[in-house]
Structures are given as structure tokens and as C-alpha cells.
Design a protein around this ligand. Structure first.
Ligand code: HEC
Length: 160
């Protein structure tokens, strides 16, 4: 290597260093978390209307691991979102649990399931700004439902 880098070289090095420093902050790429979901009933690429793993503690545990790898940097470790920049996901569907009528409660949960899946697949983009990356083609149904199961089982949001 040249022991006396020219000003241009310095500028390039500085540019590369600044870019490298900015990347973790942006980090808007959607990557598949390293989790094994093979213990869960296979969905064969199909999206059911309701979470097929609702109430299954194995799905929640797999979802926890996936969440902490893929979602926690914005939504908080273990979905403890009250100190995180992105919304506290434990609030989603909270009101459904207060519905006594079984059929109505299921309909409420189905709406939330639908909203959860579409939020994850499409991401959140507003006037061209990516607030959350899209996970379509990255996360298979098994993992998205495991994430949903985890969030659903992860306790009460602050203030509730
Ligand atoms: C780069 C940061 C980031 C990552 C990573 C991220 N999200 Fe988000 N997410 C956001 C932000 C910001 C919003 C709110 C966007 C808005 O409504 O403007 C959001 C919204 C959501 C919503 C809708 C919440 C609501 O109350 O309306 C869901 C569901 C969601 N995210 C799930 C996930 C899941 C599951 C993962 C992991 C697979 C994930 N997110 C990863 C930033 C992120």
C-alpha cells in the first residue's frame, strides 16, 4: 500500500468509513432469522385466515427467537416495545381478549392476524420512506405465524 495516500484516497477512505458507520442505523434489509421452524405444522406456502398456532407454546418460543433476531432492533427485545422507536406490538389485538363471545372474539383476532401478516409482508413505507422493510419472500408462513404467536403471548403492554 502507498505509505502517503493522496487527498483523493483519504476522501474515499473517509467516505467508506462514514457509509459503514451509517449502515447499522439504516439496516433496513429484511433477512430471514436463523431459526428452525420444522417442529411446526407445515403451511405449504399457504396463508390461513387465522393463526394456525394460536396458543401453541412451541410456536411462541420459535417466534421469540425469530423476533429477537429480526424485529427487536425496532420493536424492542422480547417485544418489550415501550422504550422502542417502533410501536409496541403487544397492543395489537389486546381488545379482542376482552370479548366474551367466542365467535366475535375469533373474528376480532382474525382481523388482527390479517393486519399483522400484511404489515409484515408489505412492510411500512410512507411517502417513499421505509419505516419497516417488507418481508414478503423472506419469511415463510410458519415463521410469520410463530412471530404472531410470540407477540400474542408476550404479556401486557405498559399502561394496560
Ligand atoms: C427497521 C425497523 C423495523 C423492523 C426491523 C421491524 N419493524 Fe415493524 N414497524 C416498524 C415501524 C417504524 C412501524 C410503524 C410504522 C408506521 O405505522 O408508520 C412498524 C409497524 C409494525 C406493525 C404494525 C403495528 C401497528 O401497531 O400498527 C407490525 C405488525 C410490525 N411492525 C411487525 C414487525 C415484525 C413481526 C418484525 C420482524 C419480522 C418487524 N416489524 C420488524 C419498524 C420496524
Amino acid at each position: 500500500m502507498n505509505p502517503h495516500p493522496s487527498p483523493t484516497t483519504w476522501r474515499r477512505l473517509l467516505g467508506a468509513a462514514l457509509l459503514a458507520a451509517a449502515l447499522p442505523a439504516l439496516a433496513l434489509d429484511a433477512q430471514r432469522p436463523q431459526v428452525d421452524a420444522s417442529a411446526l405444522a407445515p403451511q405449504h406456502g399457504q396463508w390461513q385466515a387465522d393463526n394456525p398456532y394460536r396458543g401453541d407454546p412451541r410456536a411462541a418460543e420459535i417466534g421469540r427467537s425469530a423476533f429477537n433476531q429480526a424485529c427487536a432492533r425496532c420493536h424492542g427485545a422480547d417485544a418489550d416495545g415501550h422504550a422502542a422507536p417502533a410501536p409496541d406490538l403487544r397492543r395489537l389485538g389486546r381488545s379482542c381478549t376482552r370479548i366474551a363471545d367466542d365467535a366475535l372474539r375469533q373474528r376480532c383476532q382474525r382481523d388482527v392476524d390479517h393486519y399483522f401478516v400484511s404489515s409484515v409482508l408489505k412492510g411500512k413505507v410512507k411517502v417513499g420512506v421505509v419505516h419497516m422493510p417488507a418481508w414478503d419472500g423472506v419469511l415463510e408462513p410458519e415463521l410469520v405465524w410463530a412471530l404472531r404467536s410470540f407477540v400474542e403471548s408476550s404479556g401486557t403492554p405498559k399502561g394496560d
